[in-house]
Design a protein around this ligand. Structure first.
Ligand SMILES: O=C(CO)[C@H](O)[C@H](O)COP(=O)(O)O
Length: 220
C-alpha cells in the first residue's frame, strides 16, 4: 500500500496576478490538492482572497480544493465557500465557540470538515471532536505569511494528535508552514500525511521534482 504523504501546494506563494498559471503549475506537478489560504486581516494580520477566487479556481481544476479559513467568525463565511466548490473547509478552533456545530454544518453540505490549531493551542483542545473531523491542520508557523521557519515544537503536537486518533477513523493530518526539503522528513516522521508547501513549491525550478521529493521523505 502506498503510504506516502499527500502534497498540497499553497497558492499563497503564487503570483496572484497570474493565478491560472499557478493552478496549471500545481496540476502539472502531480500534487494532490490545491491549498487555499483565506485571510481576513483580523484573525491574522494579512489579507488574501475570498470565495470568488475559490470559485474561479474551481473552474480551472478538478483537483480537490483544500480551503483554510484564517478568519474570525468563520460561521459567517462557510456557506459562501461551500457554494464556491471547496472540497475541504478547515477553520480555526481559536476563532469559534461552537466548533462542533460548525463541523456538522460543513459535513451536512457534503464537504469535508477540518480544524486548524495555531502553535500555542494544545492538541488536547480537539479531544472532544475526534469522531467528527476529516482533517486536522497543525500550523507549524504562526499563521499569516508564507516563507517562515517551521517551529520544531509544533511537530510534537502532530505526534500527539496522531496518537489521539489511533482507533478512530483515519483522518488527514496536515502540517502547514515551513515545509521544505530540510523539514519534511521530521514532519512525516511525526505523523503528518498531508504536506502544505507554499514558498518551497513555488520557488522550485522543477515543481514535479519538488513534489516527488516531499512524497519520498521517508524512503530516501
Ligand atoms: O498558511 C500559511 C501561512 O499562514 C501558508 O499556507 C504556509 O505558510 C505555507 O507557506 P510556506 O510553505 O512558505 O511556509
Amino acid at each position: 500500500m502506498n503510504n506516502q504523504p499527500l502534497v498540497a501546494p499553497s497558492v499563497l506563494s503564487a503570483d496572484f496576478g497570474d493565478i491560472a498559471a499557478a493552478i496549471d503549475r500545481i496540476e502539472a506537478s502531480q500534487a494532490d490538492m490545491v491549498h487555499l489560504d483565506v485571510m481576513d486581516g483580523h484573525f491574522v494580520p494579512n489579507i488574501t482572497f475570498g470565495p470568488k477566487m475559490v470559485a474561479d479556481i474551481r473552474k480551472r481544476t478538478k483537483l480537490p480544493l483544500d480551503v483554510h479559513l484564517m478568519v474570525d467568525n468563520p460561521e459567517s463565511h462557510v456557506d459562501a465557500f461551500i457554494d464556491a466548490g471547496a472540497d475541504y473547509i478547515t477553520f480555526h478552533l481559536e476563532a469559534v465557540t461552537h466548533a462542533h456545530r460548525l463541523i456538522q454544518r460543513i459535513r451536512d453540505a457534503k464537504v469535508k470538515a477540518g480544524i486548524s490549531l495555531v502553535p500555542s493551542t494544545p492538541a488536547s483542545a480537539i479531544s472532544e471532536l475526534l469522531e467528527d473531523l476529516d482533517l486536522v491542520l497543525v500550523m507549524t508557523v504562526n499563521p499569516g505569511f508564507g516563507g517562515q521557519k517551521l517551529i520544531p515544537g509544533c511537530l510534537r503536537k502532530v505526534t500527539q494528535i496522531k496518537t489521539m486518533f489511533e482507533g478512530a477513523s483515519p483522518i488527514l493530518l496536515s502540517v502547514d508552514g515551513g515545509i521544505n526539503r530540510d523539514t519534511v522528513r521530521a514532519a512525516v516522521s511525526a505523523g503528518a500525511n498531508l504536506l502544505v508547501s507554499g514558498s518551497a513549491f513555488f520557488r522550485a525550478e522543477d515543481p514535479a521534482e519538488e513534489v516527488r521529493f516531499l512524497k519520498a521523505a521517508l524512503s530516501s
